[in-house]
Write a protein that binds this ligand. Structure first.
Ligand code: CP
Length: 313
């Protein structure tokens, strides 16, 4: 496997292998005063972000640095993209400058795929990792969510995972629905009809419009950020109505089974899709997700750039 562009690039074996590899990296770093492994010494990893990010960009940078890669961050606002350079020219420039891996976030669905095609056309191009493309996919987010669920619940197979909110605009929802289903979970989407994508009937999920009905049977709830920036100023139902009907309040948290866990990919809109007290509750695994994000991204970079025997990819 050359790139990680979509959850559909993964099999049960490669996905499970990445979760295992991430935990091996966590163990390898545990208790070390200097968190530096020689694994990617001499490799050049570039993060290329055309949309804002805190968690994904930082965790890829930390992952690369903890494995001794040279990590270079490129953002649209500080690069020649702001002067009108095309996505293809930017990608080819970074390839020519020596990138072994390009980690790409872009508002257009399919952007990372196109970069993988363009840079491969010129020969032995860099590994391309999709760090979020429009409303399409965010595969490393789904992997870190799967790792968090496995750690909190003991396993993923047979668990009922309820994904709540703005499914229409969420690359996190799509990647999670397909990955968790691949790993044997039962996935339920809860959303107002206006925030469900056309074609959701082809997804390996069931759909509900009642959060209250789904909470008592859930092993995990994955709350999504409401992506107002992709709504062109319109939002139906209203934000108030949405929050009342689909927000995870303290009252709703109490409806979950004792063992259940709450996930949110971040950034959270406190008071909108999740109450502040719920966000800070011990049932909520948001910061564990962030920590797992570093280890998952170490595993993905290692698998794509080294891929030695025993590696996951
Ligand atoms: N979960 C996620 O992608 O967060 P960032 O936008 O901060 O990277």
């Amino acid at each position: 496997m050359k790139h990680l562009l979509s959850v559909s690039d993964l099999t049960v074996e490669t996905a499970t292998g990445l979760l295992d590899e991430a935990e091996r990296f966590e163990q390898a770093l545990l208790g070390r005063e200097v968190r530096k492994l020689p694994t990617l010494r001499g490799r050049t990893v570039m993060t290329v972000f055309f949309e804002n990010s805190t968690r994904t960009r930082v965790s890829f940078e930390v992952a690369g640095k903890w494995m001794s890669a040279d990590v270079i961050n490129v953002s649209a606002s500080s690069s020649s993209v702001s002067k009108g350079e095309s996505l293809r020219d930017t990608a080819m420039t970074l390839r020519a400058a020596g990138a072994d891996a390009l980690i790409v976030r872009h508002p257009a669905s399919g952007a990372a795929h196109r970069i993988a095609e363009w840079t491969a056309d010129a020969g032995d191009g860099p590994a391309v990792i999709n760090a979020g493309d429009g409303t399409h996919e965010h595969p490393t987010q789904a992997l870190l969510d799967a790792l968090t669920l496995r750690q909190r619940l003991g396993s993923i197979e047979g668990k009922r995972v309820v994904i709540v909110g703005d499914i229409l605009h969420s690359r996190v929802a799509r990647s999670n629905a397909f990955l968790l289903s691949l790993l044997g979970a039962e996935v339920v989407l809860v959303a107002p009809p206006t925030l469900l994508p056309i074609g959701v009937s082809t997804w390996p999920v069931t759909v509900s419009h009642s959060l209250d009905a789904e909470l008592p049977g859930a092993d995990a709830v994955l709350m999504l950020r409401v992506q107002a920036e992709r709504m062109n100023g319109g939002f139906f139902p209203s934000q108030r109505e949405y929050s009342i009907t689909y927000g995870l309040s303290e009252k709703r948290l109490a409806m979950l089974p004792e063992h259940a866990v709450v996930l949110h990919p971040g950034p959270m809109l406190r008071g909108m899709e999740i109450a502040s007290a719920v966000a800070d509750s011990p049932k909520t695994a948001v910061l564990q997700q962030v920590t797992n994000g570093v280890h998952i991204r170490m595993a993905v970079l290692f698998g794509l750039l080294v891929g030695t025997e025993g590696a996951a990819l």
